[in-house]
Structure formats: C-alpha cells, structure tokens
Ligand binder design. Structure first.
Ligand SMILES: Nc1nc2c(c(=O)[nH]1)N[C@H]1C(S)=C(S)[C@@H](COP(=O)(O)OP(=O)(O)OC[C@H]3O[C@@H](n4cnc5c(=O)[nH]c(N)nc54)[C@H](O)[C@@H]3O)O[C@H]1N2
Ligand SMILES: Nc1nc2c(c(=O)[nH]1)N[C@H]1C(S)=C(S)[C@@H](COP(=O)(O)OP(=O)(O)OC[C@H]3O[C@@H](n4cnc5c(=O)[nH]c(N)nc54)[C@H](O)[C@@H]3O)O[C@H]1N2
Ligand code: SF4
Ligand SMILES: [Mo]
Length: 735
C-alpha cells in the first residue's frame, strides 16, 4: 500500500526510519501546502460554529492568528478559544512518543512506534482470536477531521473486522441525528447561519449560545429585524438575560410545554394548513394527541403560568419568520428524541421551514459533529448510508475497492451498550480516539472501575495527562488541530478546511498516519491503498456521497473549499457546473422546495406521551443537578483549554456549583463556601456560587470539572441512546 513513507521496503526498526527521515511521516518538516512565511485561512477546531481563522506563519511555523474577516461564518469575529487556539499545541504534557504500561512498575514508559504498532495488533488480534469479532470496540469523537473519522470507521469494521464502535457524538448529537432521520428521512439540519439574522422570532430551547456558540450569538446580534428572542431554559443563563422572553420551565418538562404550545396553535387556527397538507404526514393524529395538553395541565407540569404560555405561543404565531434552535438542554434528556421532534412539529405546523429565517434547527457542538454523524461509519454506513441496505453496501464496497463481504451489515452497539459489554465481560479490548471518556462519560466512577476489567486499553491522544490516557495500557501520541490537514463540517453543513501550520512535537503523528500504520501492521495489504492522503480520502467521500442528500461530488478538491470560504452540503456536480454561482449560494438552506428526504417527500410528525424522569428528587436527594457549559473559555474536559494562561484566567479554577440564594440561606451556605454535593453514586465538594440564575431546588455544575460526572445518573433516551446528563437527584450541604 502507498504510505507517506516506504514501509514496503522497510527493513529496520521503524524508529530508525522515523529519526532518519521524519518528513516521510509528516513530522518535523515545513507544512506541506502552505508557504513558509504565508498567512493562510483555516477553520477553528473547537466548536461547531466553524469560524475562519487567519494563521500567520514564520519559517513554516504558525506564530499567531487573527479572525478572518472574509469568511461567511464569523465575519471577522472569534471567541476566546479561537484566539487562543495555537497555545494548547505547545503544552509540556504533549504525548511525544508512544507510551506502554510497564506491567511490573505500573508506569507508562516511552516505546518506539514499531513496538507500539506490533503490540497494538498482537493484543487486539489475540483478543479477537479468543473472544471473537465483537470483543474489541472503539470510542471516537467529533473532533478529528472527516477523512480520519471515515478512515477509522472503514479500517476498524471492514479491515480489522470488528463490529462495535461509537463516538462522543452519542453524548451530544445522537438525538438530533435520530430525530431528523425519522422526521425528515435524513440527518439534515436545514439552516444556514444567515437565518440568525433573518428571523423575526428566534426560539432557543435548551441552548446557551452566549457561552457555547458565542459567534453564532454575534450573528443573532446582527439581526436587523428587532427580533423577539425566546429562551426556554430552567436557568437564567447569559442567553436568557439577553433574550426578550425567558421561560424558566421545570427541568425536563419541555415535551409537555411543546405539546401545549402545539395544542394552542392548532386550536386557535394559528397554523399553516396548506403547508401541512402538502408537505407533512401525521397531522390529524398529532392534533388529536395534543388536545390533552391543556394550558392548565401544561402550567402545572412546567411551572409556566397560563398567561405566559399564551404569550409565548402568540409570539410564535405572530412571527413571519420563526426559527427554532435547540442544543443539549433537549438532546441530553430521557425523552430527547421526541422532544426534538416536538420542536420539529412546531416548525412544520406553522410552515416555518425552508424559508429565510425559519427552521427546526439543531445546533451541533464539536467542530466536526456533523462529519462524525455522516461519515464516521459508526451508526450509519459511510456517507449517511444504511448498513442494512445491500445496495448501499455494494456501493461503498465499489468506491473503496473492498470486497462486498467485508462491508458488514451487523449494527454496532451504542456507547452505553459498549460500556455494559465491558461489565458483562463481552468487550475485552477498547480503543479511545480523541475523547476523554474517563471524565466525560456519565456515572464516571462506574466507567473508570470497568476500564480495569479490560485486557487492553489504547488511548490515542494529544496529551499524556488526561484522565483516560492515565488509565491506558498503550498511549498513541496524536498530532492535533493545526498539525495536520483535512475537513470539518460545521453546524450549517459547511465543509471547512484544516491545514498543517505547525509541527507536531516529537514523534506524534496525525491520526490519519496512525491509521495507515495500523492498516499496514494489521496485514491488510492493499486494502487501504486508496487512502493515501487526507485529500485522497476526501475524493473517496465525494464518490460515496453521490446521490445522497449530503452529496459533495461537486467539490473539486481542498483548493476549491479554500477559495470558496467553505462549501455547504449538498454541493453536487449540478452546482459545480454553474460557472458563476450566485452570491446567495454561499449560504444555503434545505427544503426550500418543501420536499423532504422521506419516501413520499413529506415530513413525519412523531410524538409520544411524556415520561417521568429516571431519578426524581426525594427527601434524601431534594435538589435537581443540571450540568453543562460554564464559560466560553472552557472546552469540555479541559485537555486543551486548561493549557492556556489566558483562558484559565477567564474561568474559575475550582469546581463550583450555582445555588439559589434562598437555598443557600436555608442551608447556611455563603458565597465562596465549600459545599458538599452528594448523589446516590458519589460525593464531591465544590465552591458555592450563590446566584438566582438557578431556581430554588436546582443546582448547576459545569461539565468542565472532572468531579461532575461522578454524580450523574446513567439514564438514556430510548431512541437515540443519548445520556441524560442534565438531570439527577442530589443533596447539598456545607462541606
Ligand atoms: N465554551 C464552550 N463552548 C462549547 C463547548 C464547551 O465545552 N465549551 N462544547 C460544545 C459542545 S460539544 C456542545 S454539545 C455545545 C453545547 O451547547 P449548549 O447545549 O448550549 O450548552 P449546555 O450548557 O450543555 O446546555 C444548554 C442549556 O441547557 C439547559 N438545560 C438543562 N436542563 C434543561 C431542560 O430540562 N430543558 C431545557 N430547555 N434546558 C435545559 C442548561 O441550563 C443549559 O443552559 O457547546 C459547544 N460549545
Ligand atoms: N455532565 C456532563 N457531561 C458531559 C456533557 C454535559 O453537558 N454534562 N456534555 C457531553 C458532550 S455534549 C460532549 S461532546 C462530551 C465531550 O467529551 P470528550 O470528548 O471526552 O471531551 P474532550 O475534552 O473534548 O476530549 C477530547 C480529547 O481528544 C484530545 N484531542 C484533541 N484533538 C485531537 C486529535 O486531533 N487527535 C487525537 N487523537 N486526540 C485529540 C483532547 O486532548 C481531549 O483529551 O462530553 C459530554 N459530557
Ligand atoms: S465560536 Fe467556536 S469556532 Fe468560533 S472561534 Fe470560538 S470556538 Fe472557534
Ligand atoms: Mo457535545
């Protein structure tokens, strides 16, 4: 197979080769496609906004950056993480060689790539031989480039012959994926960021963009229509404070609220009957179903008084261009999929979709959540295809040049089922790639205890110090954003480019190169020859996407993406043939023709009775614990953002808990006091942040502090299997 270095004729230790010709591995050399003293634009690698950043290089090394003014996403703006994006690359705890756990001392010790690769293959093959193809799993990410995600999924399933894999997008976007697929026939977020500026009513449900998507929020602030901004969130978040209407509903009562709104809209005739008749199925059943959500019932369940419920509903009814936006307050719930679909139903019955400033719009989280959803080969076959569909399998086999029978039809277990598989002894080997599960997975103590049951744990990471890397048997050192190339897909389906503008430290390799090495050492011969570079992999993705709603066959190459300022899917050859694309093609929305991706072209209205939460509060655990993003300077488990002095100054160093003044007073807790928080699973301490942003009986702890998931309760949405991170019962008291 063609590798960036000549392994075929390789006759000595890989390490010697690495030292002699590091450039062959993408190590050490001047970034390939960018001139040594250039300024070049690429997309940010933190959140799904996908801002364009201008990188300034000297002698082939990025020395500074600024926000790109000519990128259609951010228009010259960036948030603190974007401005500090280069800093984490230079952190002293970067993994610079593979590390292997010494069985005698228990310490992680440097080994060369040769030994790491031999061991990786030997150990996983041993497990496979002994326990079968279902005994090794991987958990990956929405934070590496699409080409790497696709390569990993193809390598693991078609090459190495394993079955079970999932990614942190399960923690995040699984709900939106399933909701869209069931309602629209494909996982297709319909919007473009211009919609933030074109709505006259924006409804944010369980989303805090001021903190989590600051530059999307800047787009809202550019809206010239003096819009009504409605926020539905139990907390008075930064976004709620900036809104024109805030509805602090009882946590996890969204489904009841949304059905209540639908009921009033339908009963009052504030609906678009023509749109419903022409473009939807299931309206009559839905209309009948929601009649039971009377205003009084809704008020009792949600804590939103009847007059406010009417005000909210009337605002939606009066809007000419109403857009609905949702994020983790919806997706991370025990009834998440139906809640997302209740939002979709509101957009459908009011005809607020397919026009400027409208839409049922799920905002994604990680920089490549959308790439992961469509191309990771985890829950759907590459390119949004179906593992169960023989034609789809044959198509993928043909494009990849892999025998048909290699393309498995067996569905993978979901994240939580993989974890359960470890407990049951069915999963013996685990490979984590660009995710820090030991911090981020729900009910963390159980997860970390279960890791001890594994025969072999591999962690592919940028840093040696993460909670997950510290537990690994083998650490594979990865290059990060800025040290490799590829594409990311943002929230509005825009494919943006990431470039190599910095040298990876030591022997850290791009994930893409690590997968090439594994393919070789696994003995897969020429099976992955076509994956000779990220850009070659991109060409494969183009071919695979042909005929799919997410078709990108009209994108020529990376240079095309670069010149266009990112390109939204779909972009087929029909688009490409248009020599002078009109300016409005730079920001496109879906469903303008009212045609959805279902068999009959109509959207489906799906609904279910609300269910009780998995762990209600009681006398012993009287508080609801909510979790989420704390500040715009903190990213997830902090592996990257904690490395920046600037970003660290912008957020509290210690774990804190937001608690209402009335509760604090009753419990004798003052601002800044150490408090204890106890759930049925663990006990942690945190600093009290006494604030009326949370209501009495509720507390909030940001997810960035490692203790938080020691408390959370492992409950899941039955359709998406997404964890319900935002609700469990705790007690709070002075420490
Ligand atoms: N600075 C920063 N930005 C980020 C990230 C980060 O780590 N740091 N992560 C990125 C990722 S991966 C994601 S997924 C997004 C997440 O972006 P968001 O979803 O906007 O962020 P969260 O804070 O997790 O959750 C949003 C809100 O849900 C509310 N909520 C809790 N329970 C309920 C409920 O029952 N109903 C309703 N309606 N709301 C509820 C919370 O109070 C919270 O304000 O952010 C992305 N952007
Ligand atoms: N309680 C609670 N828990 C939550 C949430 C919540 O709201 N509340 N939110 C959930 C959500 S939405 C998400 S998305 C998850 C996020 O959870 P994680 O994915 O576990 O969080 P990260 O810190 O982003 O971990 C990514 C890791 O990948 C490494 N990395 C970065 N770039 C690369 C690369 O290019 N290659 C490789 N190999 N490694 C790389 C980073 O150093 C980092 O350690 O957390 C979930 N957990
Ligand atoms: S808003 Fe998101 S994409 Fe933009 S600079 Fe900040 S982290 Fe990067
Ligand atoms: Mo996420």
């Amino acid at each position: 197979m063609k590798l960036p270095f000549n392994l075929r004729n390789f006759d000595g230790p890989l390490t010697r080769e690495l030292v002699r010709e590091p450039g062959k591995f993408g190590l050490g050399q001047v970034p390939s496609k960018v001139a040594p003293d250039a300024t070049t634009t690429m997309v940010c690698g933190f959140c799904s906004t996908g801002c364009g950043l201008k990188i300034h290089l000297k002698d082939g090394q990025a020395v500074n950056l600024s926000a790109e003014t000519d990128y259609p996403v951010n228009l010259g703006m960036a948030c603190p993480k974007g401005w500090e994006a280069l800093t984490p690359l230079a952190a002293p705890d970067r993994a610079t060689t593979p590390l292997l756990r010494n069985e005698k001392t228990g310490e992680l010790e440097p080994v060369d790539w040769e030994r790491a690769m031999v061991l990786f293959c030997e150990r996983f093959k041993e497990i496979k031989a002994k326990h079968g193809a279902e005994s090794v799993a991987f958990l990956s990410t929405g934070q590496i480039v699409t080409e790497e995600l696709a390569f990993l999924g193809a390598l693991f399933k078609f090459g190495m012959g394993f079955v079970h894999c999932d990614s942190n997008t399960r923690q995040c976007m699984a709900t939106s994926h399933v909701a869209y697929k069931q309602s629209f026939g494909f996982d297709a977020p319909p919007f473009t960021y211009a919609d933030f500026e074109e709505s006259d009513v924006l409804v944010f449900v369980g989303a805090n963009p001021c903190i989590a998507h600051p530059i999307m929020w800047q787009r809202v602030m550019r809206n010239p229509h003096r819009p009504e901004i409605i926020v539905v969130d139990p907390r008075k978040t930064e976004t709620a404070m900036a809104a024109t209407q805030h509805y602090a509903l009882t946590p996890k009562s969204d489904l009841t609220l949304l059905y209540g709104i639908a009921n009033i809209l339908i009963a009052s005739g504030w609906i678009d009957r023509d749109f419903i008749a022409a473009h939807t199925n299931g309206f009559a059943e839905f209309a009948e179903f929601v009649t039971r959500f009377t205003p009084d019932h809704v008020a009792a369940e949600t804590g939103i008084v009847v007059a406010d419920l009417w005000r909210l509903t009337e605002t939606i009814a009066q809007g000419k261009r109403v857009s609905f936006w949702w994020t983790m307050g919806v997706n991370q719930s025990h009834e998440a999929t139906r809640t997302a679909q209740a939002i979709i139903n509101l957009a459908l019955i009011t005809g607020n979709i397919g026009r400027p400033g409208t839409g049922a719009n799920s905002i994604t989280g990680q920089c490549n959540a959308m790439g992961s959803r469509i191309f990771a080969n985890v829950t759907s076959l590459l390119g949004g295809h179906d593992f169960q569909n023989a034609d789809h399998r044959a198509k993928v086999a043909r494009v990849l040049g892999i025998p048909d029978e290699r393309i498995t039809s067996q569905p993978s277990l979901a994240y939580d089922q993989i974890v359960q598989g470890i407990e049951d002894g069915a999963i013996k080997g685990l490979w984590l790639i660009a995710t820090n599960s030991s911090h981020s997975w729900i009910h963390q103590d159980r997860f970390n205890e279960l890791l001890k049951k594994l025969d072999f744990l591999v962690v592919q990471e940028m840093y040696t110090t993460t909670e997950s890397a510290q537990r690994a048997d083998l650490v594979l050192p990865a290059a990060g954003w800025g040290e490799k190339e590829g594409t990311l897909i943002n929230s509005e389906r825009r494919i943006g480019l990431v470039k190599k503008v910095s040298r990876a430290p030591g022997q850290a390799l791009a994930d893409f190169h690590i997968f090439q090495l594994i393919a070789h050492y696994w003995g897969l011969g020429t099976m992955f020859t076509r994956w000779s570079s990220p850009e070659a992999a991109f060409q494969l993705m183009k071919e695979i996407s042909r005929g799919q709603p997410c078709e990108i066959s009209g994108i020529a190459d990376y240079a095309h993406i670069d010149a266009a300022g990112g390109i939204q899917w779909p972009w087929s050859e029909v688009n490409a043939e248009c020599k002078n694309p009109p300016a409005e093609w730079r920001e496109r929305r879906l469903f303008e023709d009212g045609k959805f991706f279902t068999a009959d072209g109509k959207a489906k209205m799906l609904f279910d009775m609300p269910r009780a939460v998995a762990e209600p509060t009681d006398a012993e655990f009287p508080f609801v614990l909510m979790t989420g993003r704390g500040s715009s300077a903190q990213w997830h488990t902090g592996s990257r953002t904690d490395k920046s002095d600037v970003l660290r100054k912008l957020a509290p160093a210690n774990c804190y808990v937001e608690i209402n003044p009335a509760d604090a007073k009753r419990l004798g807790i003052g601002p800044g006091d150490e408090v204890s928080i106890r759930s049925r699973r663990a006990f942690i301490t945190a600093t009290a942040f006494v604030t009326s942003t949370v209501r009495a009986g509720q507390v909030f702890v940001p997810m960035h502090y490692r203790a938080v998931n020691r408390l959370t309760h492992a409950a899941f949405d039955p359709h998406s299997r997404q964890p319900s991170y935002k609700y469990c019962a705790v007690s709070v008291g002075p420490a």
